[in-house]
Each structure stands twice: as C-alpha cells, then as structure tokens.
Design a protein around this ligand. Structure first.
Ligand SMILES: NC(=O)c1ccc[n+]([C@@H]2O[C@H](COP(=O)([O-])OP(=O)(O)OC[C@H]3O[C@@H](n4cnc5c(N)ncnc54)[C@H](OP(=O)(O)O)[C@@H]3O)[C@@H](O)[C@H]2O)c1
Length: 291
C-alpha cells in the first residue's frame, strides 16, 4: 500500500514519518522540489504518478499573523491546494485525509464546538482553511477533514518551545488567559490521522466527513504555560512567574477565537480514537526537549 503525505517537514508531517506504520505500508513524503502545493500541475502530476491508496494533507500556510498580509499565499496553500488535491484524488478514486483547524470557528460559543456548528472565522488563516474544507467536501466524497488545535511538538516553532526559550531569558512572563483550548501533541494527532487514513484506504465504507481531534482536557494559554514551567523546572525553585493577561493586552494582527475547544465524541464513535489528557502528552514533549 502506497500512502502520500504532504508537509513532511512540518510538526505533524515529521510525526507521521516516525509513526509505526503497519508492515506493507510504504509512506512517501515528497519534498518541495517534487511537490510545491502552490502549483496545481505538481499536485496533478504526483497523484497520477502512482496507484496511491490514500493521501494525507498536512501541509498548510500556518503563519497565522503573516496570513493577514500574505493573503494570496495563504489562500493558495490553504484553499486552492486542498481543493485541487480533492479533485485529483477523486479522479483517481482514492480517499483524502485533510487537516483543518479550530480557527474556522468564531469562538463565541460557550461550549466545545461540534463538527456541524456554524463556522465563522475571525482571520485570514481561518477563512482560507474554511475555504479549503469546502473544496475538499465539494470534490471528493471519500474525505476525512480532521480539525485540530493548539498543536505542539519537539519540532519547528510552537507555543511550548517559545515558552521554554522565554523561561531561560526572563524571570516573569505574561500569557493570555482568556482564550481556551486543548494543547495537542503532533505525535498523538499523527497516530489518529494514520488510523483514519488506513481505515479509509482499506474499507470503502469507513466513515467519511468532518471530525475533531485534540488531546483530552482543556486549559487557557496561561494554564498551558504554567504547566510547561512546572514540568521544565520540576527540581528548581527558580521557575519564572507566569502572569495572566487578557487578549486585549496582547494585540496581534490576526484575531483568534476565545473558545478553541473542540468536542471529539464523533471521531471516538466512528474510529475509536480518543487522545490521552494533554498534560501527559506535553510532559513527553518537554522531557524529550530537555533530555
Ligand atoms: N500548528 C497548529 O497549532 C495548528 C492548529 C490547528 C490546525 N493546524 C493544522 O495542522 C496542519 C499541520 O500543521 P503543522 O503545525 O504541522 O504545520 P507546520 O509545522 O507549519 O508545517 C507546514 C508544512 O507545510 C509545508 N508547506 C508549506 N508551503 C508548502 C508548499 N508550497 N508546498 C509544499 N509544502 C508546503 C511546509 O514545508 P516547509 O518545511 O518547506 O516550509 C511544512 O512541511 C495544518 O493543516 C494546519 O493548518 C495546525
């Protein structure tokens, strides 16, 4: 079985590389030279190049604030590329697993978001990802759109790594307290994506549609930062103080949802996937980074 994964140098892509795939699964991670997702002809060529069993699209324009000014680039990667991937995979009659985001929602709902809640992105990144979801849904019925949130890992730049760096540079940190969500390990997410992709590849009746997948539990960015400090400075009394601040005190170019919580019951029912509590997953990442 040949599986194509885009974004193999990203947080989630790197975890799909080290995932324990079953014997017989050959997983391909084309580099940019082989597949530039901004080029539709590259997408058509790579899909037609082999008899793929399933495609997993983790690549995206993920610089949320930059997207506010680099609108065309964000839409090329987050909206057009998934749509073209969906058209080409549908032509080849293969399933497509596509990763999306909590930022398709406005964050005004008091409870966790379920899959069919009304969307209402607040920023260009969210709008472009929502357009990508529509492109996938509209072109390939054998799709799984997996929305996730607050992804962290040992790789690249992310909130957890930023906090660890700042903790070595400062004695006090200010972190936003009025946005809540579930920190999600790229490794745990990759495990879920692999499971969904293999099921869709092997079983034509495997459930298609939109799903939410995040680690269990919830917190604020402030709560997340406090936990990172606790883990990183376990034996050391000199851990930095983390002060809670409102979003209004930390203005950013892109507006973010106040509520990023995603309900995950649907993917648990459809695929039996439930990710462990976020503090456990985060402890694993901090331990790996500090070792
Ligand atoms: N990070 C989060 O907190 C978060 C939250 C919710 C949802 N998500 C979604 O989760 C998915 C994975 O995110 P991530 O954190 O793993 O992203 P990431 O670490 O920023 O990686 C993005 C990947 O996309 C690739 N890429 C960018 N432009 C490309 C192009 N023109 N052609 C081919 N590849 C290109 C990058 O390649 P290079 O290495 O060459 O740049 C990289 O491999 C995305 O769909 C994202 O929207 C992420």
């Amino acid at each position: 079985m040949d599986i194509l994964v885009t974004g193999g140098t990203g947080q989630v892509g790197l975890e799909l590389r080290r995932h324990a795939w079953p014997e017989g699964a050959r997983v391909h991670f084309p580099d940019r030279a082989e597949l530039d997702l901004a080029q539709s002809k590259d997408i058509a060529r790579i899909i037609a190049s082999r008899s793929w069993s399933v495609v997993i699209n983790t690549a995206a324009f993920t610089a949320v604030d930059k997207a506010e000014t680099e609108v065309d680039a964000a839409f090329a990667l987050n909206a057009r590329a998934p749509a073209v991937l969906a058209i080409e995979t549908a032509k080849a009659q293969i399933p497509l697993v596509h990763v999306s985001t909590d930022y398709v929602f406005s964050g005004s709902k008091p409870e966790p978001y379920v899959e069919d809640d009304a969307i209402g992105p607040l920023c260009v990144y969210g709008t472009s990802k929502e357009a990508g979801e529509r492109g996938v849904r509209g072109a390939n019925p054998r799709h799984a759109i997996v929305r996730t949130a607050w992804v962290v890992s040992e790789h690249r730049a992310n909130f957890l790594k930023t906090m660890l760096r700042l903790s070595r540079e400062r004695e006090r940190l200010k972190v936003v307290v009025d946005q809540c969500g579930s920190p999600t390990s790229a490794r745990d997410l990759a495990g879920g994506l692999a499971r969904v992709a293999l099921a869709l590849a092997e079983d034509r009746s495997a459930p298609a549609g939109t799903f939410h997948l995040v680690n269990a539990g919830e917190t604020s960015w402030h709560g997340f930062a406090v936990e990172i400090m606790r883990l990183a400075f376990k034996a050391d009394g000199k851990r930095p103080i983390v002060d809670p601040i409102p979003t209004s005190a930390f203005p950013t170019p892109a507006k973010r949802p106040a509520n990023s919580r995603l309900a995950t019951a649907k993917i648990e029912k459809a695929y039996g996937i439930k990710l462990r509590p976020w503090p456990e997953a985060v402890a694993e990442i901090v331990a790996a980074l500090e070792s």
